[in-house]
Design a protein around this ligand. Structure first.
Ligand SMILES: Cc1cc2nc3c(=O)[nH]c(=O)nc-3n(C[C@H](O)[C@H](O)[C@H](O)COP(=O)(O)OP(=O)(O)OC[C@H]3O[C@@H](n4cnc5c(N)ncnc54)[C@H](O)[C@@H]3O)c2cc1C
Length: 474
């Protein structure tokens, strides 16, 4: 399933194999010298290597955004000093690989973004383990958790996001975890043993992604979701309902429109009480109730924050010389033109490149962040793109063939496809994304698709592709 899913992502992202290794699995390069003592550790000053006569870039965060930005900067500005600061005591890794680690398809090293020993040193990128606790935009310095100040000429904020803590009594009990970091994954791997009763709170994007990993471990799974369906903020009601029935048929107990009100330890067990009185007894609870950008350290810096750090189409913040990208950034949405935090890895990779090129003075403009959500839920592959929920003045075409595991919903505004949700139609995802992103006018094909949405490939060939390959000379 891993290989299938990775190839599928390649088709969604429209990248070749080499690019996909960097973006999707993080393979191909590798982690540096490894942990350097942990955030907050030691409190000793860290030696920051830099040249006096070059541009001095500092990147906060060493997840996919930080790493891709650092490498893009290195290419764009070969003589520059680049310092990447991350607060996890791990070599830079991809959270996206955590489910594969939980399944047992890869070892920890498989989650590392770059695997060649000394990769970052070899590219003149200093990877520092420390936490940024403040930014002085006037003095152009970052304060670390050991009190040290690190000067920058240009700063990239790539600090990602963190899981929301549910306001539920008992949420801090032992054996209640989030599934966000490699450290979380180690805990879950140790506790989600065959036959263990696992309650997962939240059936959103991350919740659905880790379902397969948990099921593969042979646990007894119960899911509690506040929304009326699975992945309610990412898939239509038709698709969410189909995903629910799919996982139920595989033995998962799903409660939608439900809420955990309290968690009470009882010996080695945990008793979760749902609103309505029902109790779920579990050995392990995993809370996946959404994420929030890591912006607290920016307080008082003058950098504008709404939900995330507000950026323009060049990933610039309101403060000169400071940029933001990835899960922490709130950028212009391709579909609505409104600002949005789009916490997915393809977005992180695109924004990292745009930010780095602009930091290096090369100029690059983002087309806007496009919602591209792809899920493998216990073998059922679903995706949603763009304005998948539609437009009040638009039209919808929907097809469901549950017996064959197929579903397609198309959202139009005029004769333009603005959003789509699909299940099981893995061959069509590149086409859906392409039509949305190119804002192709479908003309009469829109009417055909209203009657039969599965003709989407024909529509693409007759419209978008025809335009793209029109002869230059008549
Ligand atoms: C289990 C799981 C599965 C996922 N699967 C998918 C998937 O299939 N597809 C997909 O598109 N996305 C997936 N994602 C989401 C994807 O991992 C994120 O979109 C991506 O990691 C964002 O990259 P980033 O570099 O912006 O943030 P992060 O990866 O979060 O990296 C930010 C880094 O900055 C560090 N940091 C935070 N604050 C500070 C500070 N003050 N000082 C220094 N360092 C700091 C953080 O600790 C972290 O190491 C998944 C996420 C999880 C948890």
């Amino acid at each position: 399933m891993l290989q299938l899913f990775v190839s599928f992502w390649r088709s969604v992202l429209g990248v070749n194999e080499t690019q996909a290794e960097a973006v999707v699995t993080g393979a191909g390069g590798t982690a540096d010298s490894g942990p350097a003592g942990g955030a907050n550790a030691g409190k000793a000053p860290i030696e920051i290597k830099r040249k006096d006569d070059s541009m001095n870039y500092v990147i906060l965060g060493n997840g996919p955004t930080g790493v891709i930005a650092a490498e893009t900067l290195r290419k764009a500005d070969p003589g520059a000093s680049i310092v990447m600061i991350g607060d996890e005591s791990e070599p830079p890794y991809s959270r996206m690989a955590i489910p594969y680690f939980l399944i047992g398809n890869i070892e920890e090293k498989g989650t590392w973004l770059r695997k060649t020993p000394g990769h970052f040193d070899a590219h003149g990128i200093q990877n520092v383990v420390a936490r940024a606790v403040g930014v002085d935009a006037t003095g152009k310095t970052v304060t670390l958790d050991n009190g040290q100040q690190v000067a920058y000429d240009k700063l990239l904020i790539a600090t990602g996001s963190h899981p929301l803590k549910l306001p539920v009594p008992g949420i801090d009990s032992p054996n209640v975890h989030t599934c966000w970091t490699l450290a979380d994954a180690r805990q879950i791997a140790a506790k989600a043993k065959k036959g263990a009763r696992v309650l997962q709170i939240g059936a959103g994007f991350i919740g659905c992604i880790i379902l397969e990993a948990l099921a593969t471990r042979g646990v007894k799974l119960t899911v509690v979701e506040m929304g009326d369906r699975m992945v309610p903020r990412m898939m239509t009601s038709g698709a969410g309902g189909m995903i629910r029935r799919w996982v139920e048929a595989k033995g998962v107990s799903v409660h939608c429109n439900a809420r955990v009100e309290s968690i009470t330890p009882n010996g080695k067990e945990l008793v979760a009480k749902l609103a309505g009185g029902e109790e779920v007894v579990a050995d392990l609870i995993i809370a996946s109730a959404g994420v929030k950008p890591n912006v607290a350290f920016l307080e008082g810096s003058g950098v504008e924050v709404a939900t995330g750090v507000l950026v323009d189409e060049r990933m610039r913040t309101n403060v000169g010389g400071i940029y933001a990208a990835g899960d922490v950034a709130e950028a212009v949405d391709f579909s609505t033109g409104k600002r949005l935090v789009n916490a997915i890895q393809p977005n992180a990779a695109d924004q990292a490149r745009v930010a780095a090129l602009n930091m290096a003075g090369k100029g690059a403009v983002s087309q806007g962040t496009l919602a591209v959500n792809v899920l493998d839920t216990m073998g059922l592959i679903s995706s949603s793109f763009g304005q998948w929920w539609g437009d009040p003045d638009g039209q919808t075409a929907e097809m469901m063939d549950e017996a064959r595991g197929r579903y397609l919903s198309l959202q139009f505004k005029g004769d333009v496809l603005i959003g789509a949700t699909s299940i099981g139609l893995t061959d069509h995802v590149g086409v859906l994304r392409g039509l949305i992103q190119s804002r192709t006018r479908l003309g009469k094909w829109k009417d055909y698709l209203m009657h039969d949405p599965t003709r989407i490939m024909e529509a693409y060939l007759a419209t978008a592709q025809a335009q793209a390959t029109e002869p230059i000379l008549a």
